[in-house]
Design a protein around this ligand. Sequence first.
Ligand code: ADP
Ligand code: MG
Length: 590
Amino acid sequence: MTRLWNEPADFADEMVDGFVRANGRWVRKVHGGVSRSTQSAGAEVAVVIGGGSGHYPAFAGLVGPGLAHGAAMGNLFASPSAHQVESVVRASEQGEGVLLSYGNYAGDVLHFTEAQETVRKDGIDCRTVTVTDDIFSAKPNEREKRRGIAGDLTVFKAAGAAAASGYSIDDVERVAMLANARTRSMGVAFTGCTLPGADEPLFTVPEGRMAIGLGIHGEPGIDETDIPTADGLAELFATRLLDAAEIPEGVTVDGARVVPVLNGLGSVKSEELFVVFTRIADLLEERGITLVDPQVGEFCTSFDMAGVSLTLFWVDDELETLWNAPTDTPAFRSGSFDTSALEIVDRNDDDEADVAIPKASDDSRRAAARIAAALDAARVTIDENADELGHIDSIAGDGDHGIGMQRGSRAAATEAAAVVEKGAGAQTLLSRAADAWSDRAGGTSGALWGVILRTIGDKFDDAEPVSAEAVSAGITAAKDAVMSYGKAAVGDKTMVDALVPFADTLAERVSSGAALADAWAAATLVAQEAAAKTADLMPRMGRARAHGEKALGVTDPGAISLAMIADTVGGILRGNERFSETEDVRRRME
Ligand code: ADP
Ligand code: MG
């Protein structure tokens, strides 16, 4: 249970503020996260890490000399947006290249990759190594599909130490890949985690039972047993992690050197971890393994989840030297870091300059006001259905689709209303609403909704009125962009299953001369049917993939929310707005 908060929706922002106030020696706040408040004497490769919040000390607690240079901080359990990652990269990079490293989750991959592409256009040599240490999230022959859990620490540490010792970007990337290839983890849990203000945990484990192999966002486990003794848990960890299939390439167990990281996931006591650790140490040593600098504590948590994970980092000489190199961060310190050569950076780049709104024609401004009304209507619909969307997502996903959509649609509606006031045209409005949505929502769907709004807006401009043809072309382009960005096809059980028939029907009706509102209504019906039919599909993309059978019989939350929004926007197109604030805005415009 989480007990202390003000407004649950403000929790993540207030947490970042407090973290920065408490740790100014190491970090300063920048848009989208934190960057170091110190600079080394010479320029070095910048290591930028990140992910959703709720995993402290991952990720911001690992920013400081010898480790990361910046951390992009998303909302609770939601990836940071591309825009946020980009801003942290720009605040942290020093001209020697940037390594992005983060746990392998679909939402994080989408946003970090988009940021990487953007900064590369400006000549920044940006590379990526995702962490894939969780042995239960995919089979050994599909290691690149595995998700990242507490093994983040070993990869970040190797990369950060390499950057601090002056390695080139090629070598920092090489070392991070090697560290990831030599890191394996597994986790268990006894209770779920409850996000601030939520009435219920994201998942539950029956009293007296232990879930095995579950994720750090409440993704369900793959197995369940009675809670073992501390020694019994140590034995389970050792059996699974020392299984021949999990021994990294090039390693011989007898004679190997391993950094063990025994990690508490939120509400397991250090004392309990120490009791478990004795038996782990014995079991590793019995196999001829030498323990190097063992770590027992909290390194990557899952809010208040009661759970434990064990990570084995199989070092070679180079990785061991990097592991032992001095580090000085809010949450992880080792050796003694010579801070005398560091310079204090007192730049505070938190506030982005207020970007001017381009001039727009009256026609485009009128269209913008209607789009703002549509976004506000979408916000209300999502608010009304957030619990239901979260519930569907919790069956095979991580339960955050409702809150993610809520944060995104609220932010987009607020931004839209604000820029309508400032005279924005249709294209500008959609591009600003897109950034607001993906910045605030996080998650896979947040990235994709940002793509949808931005792509539609690109088919409009700030001068012309918005025609039915432009709307239809915009939705078709959005469909293509979502598929090229997220790589899902029809039948993969995602929002694409609703978006494709929606776009196709709309295009067909508009091209045969139907009025926009009629074409939209027909397309909505088809999308609603297609969304309902996702219940029969097995997921092949996103977080639900690992839990395929659980998702059978359940609709895809992203397809359902898309059909809901289509239906709501249809209401606005038919002219029956029920939303007074935006109607006022619209009336003022006309
Ligand atoms: P997350 O999966 O990061 O927790 P959400 O829960 O907000 O994000 O959204 C989940 C929805 O996103 C899924 O129901 C699905 O419709 C959609 N989705 C996930 N991955 C993809 C993808 N690769 N392409 C299109 N849609 C996707
Ligand atoms: Mg989700």
